[in-house]
Design a protein around this ligand. Structure first.
Ligand code: NAP
Length: 215
């Protein structure tokens, strides 16, 4: 698959790029071209340094969109609207939202927009795109620990059955990950709010990078 990552220089973008570029063609996007090239070079060194294949390049966010059949919006929720409005050509593409709107108070709380979830907001902003909420619940550090298998469940939500099948297929290509259809996009709020729960569990139990499995 051809995958473009918007905000690819961040924690989740780099982590996903390091894993997915071993099986897919990946472009890591940024607002800053030199930052994109540096980040993709660093990720390539990590992957190729282990003798693993790597198809990864750095580019602008718009070029990442142009390149990808699947586009991942790996950006913080607060920059979602501005970033999406700055991009064009997302019509017809599968757009993955791993975005978890939340706030850190005394503990972490889910803080969705009035649409109900970040993923529903993405679909409202991009009515012609095939939006799927996915990869919300895997910590970036786990993506980046490429010597370890990612032994996690990935619930996905969306209204486009074909897009969900493609995302489930993408998940199947990553050793250890298991994708689950969690329902229509209206259920994305339930997936997005798992992350503040995981962060609170980690904090109050002195754990790191807590994830989920369905058994
Ligand atoms: N971190 C995790 O463990 C994790 C796990 C699951 C889901 N998520 C979700 O994944 C998304 C990305 O998380 P992250 O931790 O990777 O975020 P991050 O590292 O804080 O930021 C990601 C990228 O967003 C871009 N960015 C920053 N400010 C921006 C602005 N004003 N306008 C446009 N782009 C801007 C930056 O790229 P450039 O400066 O290169 O443009 C940055 O590298 C979040 O929505 C988060 O909820 C994160």
């Amino acid at each position: 698959m051809k995958i473009g990552i918007v905000g690819g220089t961040g924690d989740i973008g780099e982590g996903m790029a390091m894993r997915l570029s071993q099986m897919h063609e990946v472009r890591l996007g940024s607002r800053d071209l030199s930052k994109a090239h540096e980040a993709s070079q660093e990720c390539r060194l990590q992957v190729e340094g282990r003798g693993l294949p790597c198809s990864l390049g750095g580019c602008s966010n718009q070029e990442a969109v142009n390149f990808g059949d699947v586009v991942v919006l790996a950006i913080p929720f607060r920059h979602l609207v501005g970033t999406v409005e700055s991009l064009s050509g997302l019509e017809g593409k599968i757009v993955i939202s791993p975005i978890n709107p939340m706030e850190k108070r005394e503990f972490f709380v889910y803080a969705p927009p009035e649409e109900g979830s970040a993923a529903v907001l993405v679909q409202r902003l991009l009515p012609g795109s095939r939006v799927v909420a996915a990869f919300n619940v895997i910590a970036a550090n786990r993506w980046k620990a490429i010597d370890e298998e990612l032994d996690y469940a990935v619930p996905i939500c969306g209204d486009d059955a074909g897009a969900k099948q493609v995302v489930l297929e993408l998940i199947r290509t990553v050793p250890g990950l298991k994708g689950y259809d969690a329902g229509p996009l209206a259920t994305a709020c339930m997936v997005e709010c798992i992350t503040p729960l995981l962060l609170n569990v980690a904090r109050y139990n002195r754990m790191h990078d807590v994830g989920i499995q369905f058994r």
